[in-house]
Design a protein around this ligand. Structure first.
Ligand code: SF4
Length: 228
């Protein structure tokens, strides 16, 4: 059931980890993620959406090269890592603030954000407002759809589908304060935007992010067609 062991402060038994009025979020460990995209399929399939839906996008970020020194040796500046990013259920959710109909709402008990399909008119303001490009207009439904943190599963004391689906256990879900205590409070690494919306996201560093060897500023998204 758990990504990397029991939920923080919990034995995993029913009623112990589920804490109403707690802010929940995700941790993604970039030293584990291999870019396999299983997490993205897990959420999409659970919500019974088609191949065009992206509830979690996997960025392949890379840069650098191999450079020959004057002595004829080779220095490696090439790097590559992956980030699996869904809605971050932000404290200052721009999608909620800008939704013209009030369809996009933040769940009072968990802080998880989702759109009410009965109220949504599919105008796309949420997508245009979100710095993470999380909401998408589902062409078949003509409504905004995005990761809802698998709220129904969470209320049933189950992990979000993406967390359980990850074969590398790179994702963890839980009270965001406890995730930050365990893994730190980094929520912005290239190519993610500045965390102006107070995302409930923790990024665990990999060697490419931690090291000073690599120039991440010159990196690029290697799979733009998959995440656009
Ligand atoms: Fe809204 Fe985007 Fe933040 Fe999700 S990531 S809560 S869609 S602003």
């Amino acid at each position: 059931r758990w990504a990397r062991g029991p939920a923080p402060g919990s034995s995993g038994a029913r009623g112990l980890w589920w804490k109403p009025m707690t802010r929940y979020g995700f941790d993604f460990d970039s030293s584990r993620g291999t870019g396999c995209k299983t997490c993205g399929r897990g959420g999409k399939d659970y919500h019974d959406r088609g191949p065009d839906s992206l509830f979690r996008r996997i960025y392949d970020f890379e840069g650098g090269s191999w450079e020959k020194t004057s002595e004829g040796a080779w220095n490696k500046t090439a790097f590559n890592y992956h980030l699996a990013i869904s809605c971050n259920h932000c404290d200052n959710a721009a999608c909620v603030e800008n939704c013209p109909t009030g369809a996009m709402q933040k769940d009072e008990e968990t802080g998880l954000v989702n759109s009410d399909p009965e109220v949504c008119i599919g105008c796309g303001t949420c997508r245009n407002s979100c710095p993470y490009d999380a909401p998408r207009i589902d062409a078949e439904l003509s409504r905004a759809r995005k990761c809802d943190g698998c709220l129904a599963r969470v209320r049933n004391e189950e992990q979000p589908m993406c967390v359980g689906a990850c074969p590398l256990r790179a994702l963890e879900f839980g009270p965001i304060d406890e995730l930050r205590e365990k893994y730190g409070d980094t929520s912005q690494v290239a190519p993610l935007p500045e965390p102006t919306t107070a995302p409930n996201l923790v990024i665990g560093s990999c060697q490419a992010i931690d090291s000073n060897t690599y120039n991440l500023d010159e990196g690029y998204i290697a799979n733009p067609l998959e995440v656009e």
